[in-house]
Design a protein around this ligand. Sequence first.
Ligand code: FPP
Length: 233
Amino acid sequence: MSVPNHVAVIMDGNGRWAKSKGLPRKMGHVQGGKNVEDMLYIADELGIKYFTVYAFSTENWKRSEEEVSALMTLLRSYLSSGFKKTAKNNVRIRIIGDRTGLAKDIQELINDLEESSKDNTGLQFQIAINYGSRDEIVRMMRSMALEIEAGNLSSDDITEEYVSKHLDTGDIPDPDLLIRTSGEQRLSNFLLWQLAYTEFYFTDKHWPEFDKEELVKAIESYSKRDRRFGDAK
Ligand code: FPP
């Protein structure tokens, strides 16, 4: 079985999972968070090197105040304690997305976690928070425009490599496999540039019930595919 180097996940279906159990939506997110923790061990055990999850999108602010607040509370708790434990297991943690739009205390937790895990050489774990791919591209273009205005950059310097390097994912390789749970088959503004040659895998399972067996199934499906990068066979 050929294991993808980088797996990215759109963790959908927390709400539907909770509903199916007669629980409030926020309990779906709590269970979804627990599943992220479990998946990190499983991904590492299977030999995946980079694991990226979509935790909160730029569009998620439109959800009810109660749900946004429950998600922020959950993220605070993981950033301040849960993922600190993760970092002790040699996992490097990086956050992608516009952190300037997050509460100051969350920004501080992010900085601490990134700083304390920066030399870790195990699983490379990326969490997308206040992330939208179009927003990421616009932020990158604005900073590029500033460099041009300052006379530090010319149009010839703008290459695919330059763009890749200046997105939030900087030196992180593009995903090999994208998984979206819970039946929906769309990208929802996630890593639009980075997914150019990525293989997609969709499953009806809701994120809280996506377990090791499901991840192995996704990898098996991936490893049977004939990956193409636009070149001839
Ligand atoms: C989509 O399910 C999921 C989210 C919007 C949030 C994802 C967050 C977590 C899994 C928990 C926190 C994350 C970390 C990294 C600790 P949905 O609510 O849209 O489900 P639905 O479509 O069934 O309503």
